[in-house]
Design a protein around this ligand. Structure first.
Ligand code: ADP
Ligand code: MG
Length: 242
């Protein structure tokens, strides 16, 4: 059984069909990379998985559990999923550690001392133990993004969703964040992410999925989709971004 099973999902905004019978299986421990032009539906797909959007049709199962069922406990589902966006969205007035422990304490009722211990472990995990009491604006962009990743890891999620997490970074800071994602993959974390970092996709992805106008046009191992794409639109997309 897949950890994440997306079957025939449709999503429209008004008359704009953004996901069109989209299906994807993600196995536990896999890193699946979504690629495609701006507007092809990558972010919407991640948002549907995290229940930030409701699907119009189709099913999404996480660990065998239908999370698109309207009776689902959305907060419970979200607590099993870590999500990180392009903009780190750290609270500027809180320390780095307080950013990491806010949701466990406020949303999940974790005792403060337990949350702090766990938060410090996660900051250590992302190489930021020394910055626990700093404010976000005292950190570089790469450090802020690593803090956002620590925040997403603090609940021990089954799945991490990462939406262009290096796109807002200065080029010299991209590597440290990608290195962290490689380490998470090595640790066995299941990841579904979109990125324009094709070298990363080639090295780390188990599957690469090319989205075109909300449809999964081509998917497979990076050696196939990135090196020998069969669909003309995939070929054209890869030519344009290289
Ligand atoms: P990508 O992440 O691949 O750039 P998105 O998922 O952000 O693509 O967007 C896909 C399409 O959905 C775009 O046409 C976008 O304008 C539209 N869209 C996304 N979110 C909304 C929304 N909340 N309301 C209306 N249209 C939206
Ligand atoms: Mg997007």
């Amino acid at each position: 059984m897949s950890l994440l099973s997306i079957r025939e999902v449709r999503k429209s905004f008004g008359s704009n069909v953004v996901l069109d019978r989209f299906s994807l299986e993600v196995e536990a421990g896999e890193c699946v990379v979504l690629i495609g032009a701006s507007g092809s539906g990558k972010s919407t797909l991640l948002r549907c998985v995290n229940l930030l959007e409701t699907v119009d049709d189709g099913v999404i199962e996480l660990d065998g559990y239908d999370i698109t069922d309207p009776r689902v406990d959305a907060d419970g589902v979200r607590s099993g999923i870590g999500i990180v966006f392009q903009a780190y969205n750290l609270f500027p007035h809180l320390t780095v550690l307080d950013n990491v422990t806010l949701a466990p304490i406020r949303v999940h009722g974790v005792p403060r001392d337990v949350a702090r211990t766990r938060g410090l472990e996660m900051l250590d995990r992302v190489g930021l133990a020394a910055k626990a009491t700093a404010r976000p604006d005292e950190l570089s962009g790469g450090q802020q993004q690593r803090a956002a990743i620590a925040r997403a890891l603090v609940n021990s999620p089954k799945l991490m969703l990462l939406d262009e997490v290096t796109s807002a970074l200065d080029p010299e800071l991209v590597g440290e964040v990608l290195d962290l994602l490689r380490e998470l993959k090595t640790d066995g974390m299941t990841m579904l992410l979109c990125t324009h970092e094709m070298a990363f996709a080639r090295d780390v992805a188990d599957q690469v999925c090319f989205l075109d106008n909300g449809r999964l046009l081509e998917s497979g191992p990076p050696s196939q989709v990135l090196e020998n794409p069969t669909e003309p639109r995939t070929q054209e997309f890869l030519r344009r971004i290289r």
